[in-house]
Structures are given as structure tokens and as C-alpha cells.
Design a protein around this ligand. Structure first.
Ligand code: C5P
Length: 402
């Protein structure tokens, strides 16, 4: 049961009704050997008293940024550095919004800014507030920056509504903490990932590209990093920030992505081709902007095939990494994925049906089945972040079998 011995958890409580569950949460964490330092927002104290939290955690509760006595015993910066994990539970819509905006207007948000510890956010709020586009965008922002989003659960709410927004139960949060601190199966392994679209120039101002957002590739990079791997992310032109600790190589065209991929593939244990590489590029790139003509309504651009990056990696004869591809299909997903697995000589392929609305290109969720020679594992429908972790765990199982 002592799964959290010596782990320092900073529990940040904001002002939601689920705060009453924090006493139980703290007890269960301490029971498993964790040290828990509670930090409360002003509103949190309306829902559960600092005295209760002090009694269950065995430590004085921190609640003020401007308290000279508290600063003298452990300053807010020391507190930020102390934690192995910052757990924000319950995280209200207000706390999430303030963190998304990068504010530091109370002790808790200041600690979040000042800490380089991993941060887990456990949203808890009314279902309508949770579903509000502002909250959804704020949560997506925090997730993109590398924060882990734990929950919420759906069900009956304190206000009588039914829907998503319930804080995960204390034991579910404890399990998440245990999983977070469990051994990281990819320590000592290196993973290179291609992500996003490529751009194929027509002339100095125009290009051919596709709708790939890069979100799946970036989620894989985050998951690989969280599981302990050294990660290199070869990114096409996307508007995303790489997760902390990930080495990023920016490229524009398929040819540049090919060069970067082949260079890095031989020094990494795993290669994941998640990029939506343009299959063709214009045969020649005009030196000057191509002008409109008045005498001809037609325009022809001759195209030539781009190199298949993943197939080239998979046919390396020396230092070949474990090679994982993606198959985004609109029909006969399994058949096309298995064909690609064999034809491109891959070790594994992650297949998804991009014809389903709200899934695949540009969305935050996906539904993936992983195939390898002689086996398959449906990972179901989930956020790209969760799927990224599941995919990396599947890869890690295959690496240990090899
Ligand atoms: O053939 P298709 O484009 O459907 O295959 C998808 C898989 O192949 C993805 O893993 C993608 O990253 C990879 N790919 C590649 N180079 C290309 C085309 C696709 O690495 N030129």
C-alpha cells in the first residue's frame, strides 16, 4: 500500500463544493506514504476549513501570498520547488481560467507559475460551466502546455444538474497519483516523432498543404516524455508549443522532414510517423510569384511524388528503430491499415477513421486501434492526450518483448 512513500504532493484547493472531498483525498494520500502540503484559495476556505485540512495533512495550510509569518517558514518560491507533483483538486472554472491566462493573483496561481513540477488539474464545476467554450478552450490550453487533466467525471451534480463536471472521487485521484509516480517504462529509450502537415511550395508566396493540426503528434511527444523517454519532435508548420523537455526540430517541406527524420531515426529507439506528409510536390518551384494571365483560364501544376519518409525509415538496414505509422482513413479502416503495415514494413500502425465528425484532423479527440503483425488493440475514443499515452504504452510493451 505504501506506493507514494516520500512523494511530495502540493494539493491546491479552489472554491468548489467538491472541496469537501479533499480531507478524504489527503488522508488516502498520506496513508500511502505521501507528504501533502495543502494550499487553499480564499474561496476554498468557504467550503472546507483550513483547520480540517491542517489536521488531516499534519501541516499548516498555506493560503496567503502576503503573510510574513508563512513566508518566513517556507516562502512561496520554496513551496513551489518543494513539490514532486502539484495536484489542483477541485480546479474550478475560475482557477482554470486564471492559470490559462498565466495570472499570479493569489498564492495558488503564483505557485503554479513558479513551479516546474508536473501539474495535474482535476476540473470540478457545473456541467454548463464545464461545457462552456471558454472553459473548454482554457482546459485545452493547459493540456497543450503539458498539464495533466484528470477528469471530470459525469453524473449528478450538487446543483441538481446531470452532466460532466464532477470531480473524480478521492480514490480515483489517488490511483492517478500512483500511476503518475509508477515506474516510467520508457526511461533510457529515445523516441522521434514527426507531426503536423508539410508545405510544398509552388512559388515564393504559395504552397500546397493539408489540414493536419499536429495535435496528435504533439500529444504523443508529451506522453513519451511523461513515460520517461528522450523525445525529438520533427514538426511541420503548426501553431503548437512543444511540451517541456522535448527537443523540437522545425521543418516546412516533405523533403526537409525526410532529411531530419532520416538523420534522427538512426539514433533513436522508436520512430513514430504521425505527420500528414504531402504525397506530391510541384515539380519545380517558380522563382517569382506566378502571375494571373488574361488569355487562359487553365493552370497546370506538374507534381512529383515525395519520398515516403516512414517507408524509408522502416527499410533501414542498420540502426533501424521500432517503426510506428499512422493510417487516417475514411473507409475500410482495418483493411487499409493492415495493408500499410505490411507494404511499408512497419512494426505497428495506429488507425483511425477520420470520416467521423469531431474526430481526427484538427479535433482534440480521436478513436484509434493499434495493429501489429499478428495482433491488435482497440484503444477506443478518447482525447489525443490519453490516446498518446496508450499508444506509447503499447509501444513500450513491444519494446520489452523484442
Ligand atoms: O500512405 P499514407 O500517407 O496513408 O501513410 C500514412 C503514414 O505514412 C503515416 O505514418 C505518415 O506519417 C507516413 N508518411 C510518410 N511519408 C510520406 C507519406 C506518409 O512518412 N511521404
Amino acid at each position: 500500500m505504501q506506493t507514494l512513500v516520500g512523494k511530495k504532493i502540493l494539493l491546491g484547493i479552489s472554491g468548489g463544493i467538491a472541496a469537501y472531498k479533499c480531507a478524504e483525498l489527503t488522508r488516502r494520500l498520506i496513508e500511502r506514504g505521501a507528504e501533502v502540503q495543502v494550499v487553499m484559495t480564499k474561496a476554498a476556505k468557504e467550503f472546507i476549513t483550513p483547520l480540517t485540512m491542517q489536521a488531516v495533512s499534519g501541516r499548516p495550510v498555506s493560503d496567503s501570498l502576503l503573510d510574513p509569518a508563512a513566508e518566513a517558514s517556507m516562502s512561496h518560491i520554496e513551496l513551489a520547488k518543494w513539490a514532486d507533483l502539484v495536484l489542483l483538486a477541485p480546479a474550478t472554472a475560475d482557477l482554470i481560467a486564471r492559470m490559462s491566462a498565466g495570472m499570479g493573483n493569489d498564492l495558488l496561481t503564483t505557485l503554479v507559475l513558479a513551479s516546474d513540477a508536473p501539474i495535474a488539474v482535476s476540473p470540478a464545476m457545473n456541467q454548463q460551466m464545464y461545457l462552456n467554450v471558454a472553459t473548454q478552450e482554457n482546459i485545452a490550453t493547459l493540456s497543450r502546455r503539458g498539464m495533466m487533466i484528470w477528469g471530470p467525471a459525469a453524473g449528478e451534480q450538487a446543483c441538481g444538474d446531470i452532466g460532466p463536471g464532477r470531480m473524480l472521487e478521492p480514490m480515483q485521484l489517488v490511483e492517478k497519483c500512483e500511476a503518475f509516480f509508477a515506474p516510467k517504462p520508457l526511461i533510457g529509450k529515445s523516441v522521434v516523432i514527426t507531426a503536423g502537415p508539410t508545405r510544398e511550395a509552388i512559388d515564393p508566396v504559395r504552397y500546397i498543404s493539408n489540414h493536419s493540426s499536429g495535435k496528435m503528434g504533439f500529444a504523443l511527444a508529451l506522453a513519451a516524455r511523461q513515460l520517461g523517454a528522450d523525445v525529438t519532435l520533427i514538426a511541420g508548420p503548426v501553431a503548437l508549443t512543444a511540451p517541456q523537455g522535448v527537443k523540437r526540430v522545425d521543418v516546412i517541406s516533405a523533403q526537409q522532414m525526410y532529411d531530419a527524420a532520416l538523420e534522427h531515426a538512426v539514433t533513436h529507439d522508436v520512430f513514430i510517423g504521425c505527420a500528414a506528409v504531402a504525397d506530391y510536390r510541384p515539380l519545380s518551384v517558380a522563382d517569382q510569384k506566378i502571375k494571373k494571365t488574361t488569355d487562359n483560364d487553365d493552370m497546370q501544376i506538374s507534381m512529383i511524388k515525395n519520398p515516403d519518409i516512414i517507408a524509408s525509415v522502416a527499410t533501414l538496414t542498420e540502426s533501424r528503430p521500432f517503426t510506428v505509422g499512422f493510417a487516417a482513413e475514411t473507409q475500410e479502416v482495418e483493411a487499409y491499415a493492415l495493408d500499410k503495415l505490411q507494404r511499408k514494413n512497419l512494426d505497428m500502425i495506429c488507425a483511425n477513421d477520420v470520416s467521423v465528425e469531431g474526430q481526427g484532423f484538427n479535433s482534440d479527440s480521436n478513436a484509434i486501434t493499434v495493429y501489429w503483425k499478428g495482433g491488435q488493440k482497440p484503444l477506443g475514443s478518447a482525447t489525443k492526450t490519453d490516446l498518446g499515452r496508450e499508444i506509447l504504452l503499447s509501444i513500450s510493451e513491444h519494446l520489452t518483448q523484442a
